[in-house]
Write a protein of this length. Structure first.
Length: 322
């Protein structure tokens, strides 16, 4: 697969998204390396990024010798840089070494990375993944716990009440929570805080989604039940139960009083597809991408808009008066 000349950073980001689905991923990796060698990058400083991408592709196809060569070249290209991309490349090298059975070398690569857990928001993810690949989930838990306690000790004031307030601590708490779930650990105070922050973030994301459109979001019964089971705090936004949810919508629709108003059915899968609600970078609206709509109001004797199968006049119409 031939890549275009003068690859930009944007091109590399697009290749990252599509390379594994290409007909010949290893060909893409080889072309990336060729682009570096031939000086076909718009920004020469992107050489490390291109080589890391080639290494990840080779690793995904179990071409570990090639993956190791590419990532080591990436580290050489980064030269004296000391930032998160360099730390991520070193974690990738450790991951490849683990897969190649060179465990001592992998651990030696990861040990110096422990301090970056409290420096970069993405570090908890790439360090933990590398340790997990090497069967060191318990060590990952130990490192993450230490990092969480270090950040909490340095923090002034009360415990964070939102993901934004928590900052880097949020990423540490979430990654620790995930690895402990994998290990079957019982919840502790840090797990409780992680879940509380995740729920608040999901609630904020849902509000953002609803505000991003003039349409109203309607959760069918099965989806509503899944939603509040996973993110209980969303009852503040959508209602304590499905009856209250439908009543709120009916009253709002009546308040707007316009013909041909539209309801957008929400789905838990749609919410997750827009981006993990636990990810503070996610602010996209799954509602604006929806292609399904329910027109309101129905005829009095027509089936209710909520899908109950009952006539509108005997189902949600009276709710606007309650």
């Amino acid at each position: 697969m031939a890549l275009k000349a003068d690859l930009t950073s944007t091109d590399l980001a697009e290749i990252r998204q599509s390379a594994l689905g290409a007909a010949d991923p290893l060909g893409v990796a080889a072309e990336l390396v060729s682009a570096v060698d031939a000086g076909r990058l718009s920004d020469p400083d992107d050489a490390g990024l291109a080589l890391v991408l080639a290494a990840e592709i080779a690793e995904s196809r179990s071409k570990l010798d090639a993956a190791l060569r590419y990532v080591e070249r990436a580290l050489d290209a980064y030269d004296k840089r000391d930032d998160s991309p360099v730390a991520a490349a070193r974690a990738l090298r450790a991951r490849i070494l683990f897969r190649a059975g060179r465990e001592d070398e992998a651990v030696a690569e990861l040990e110096p990375l422990r301090p970056v857990l409290t420096q970069y928001p993405d570090a908890p993810a790439y360090v933990t993944v590398a340790l997990a690949v090497g069967g060191r989930a318990r060590l990952a838990e130990e490192w993450l716990t230490g990092a969480v306690e270090e950040v909490l000790a340095e923090r002034e004031g009360p415990a964070p009440t939102s993901a934004e307030d928590a900052g880097l601590l949020f990423f540490l708490l979430q990654q620790r929570h995930r690895i402990r779930h994998t290990l079957g650990r019982s919840h502790d105070a840090h797990d409780v805080l992680a879940e509380r922050l995740e729920t608040k973030l999901a609630n904020a994301n849902a509000r953002t989604a609803a505000e991003a459109t003039d349409d109203l979001v309607f959760w069918p019964k099965a989806e509503f039940d899944q939603l509040v089971e996973r993110w209980p705090a969303l009852t503040e936004t959508y209602g304590a139960d499905w009856d209250e949810h439908r009543a709120r919508l009916e009253r709002e629709l009546v308040r707007r009083s316009g013909p041909d108003l539209v309801l957008v059915p929400g789905t838990v899968a749609g919410l997750e597809a827009a981006g993990d609600p636990a990810d503070p970078q996610t602010r996209a609206s799954y509602v604006s991408n929806s292609t399904e709509h329910i027109n309101w109001p129905p005829e009095r004797n027509a089936p209710c808009w909520c899908g109950s199968g009952i006539k509108y006049k005997k189902c949600c119409l009276p709710r606007s008066r309650g």
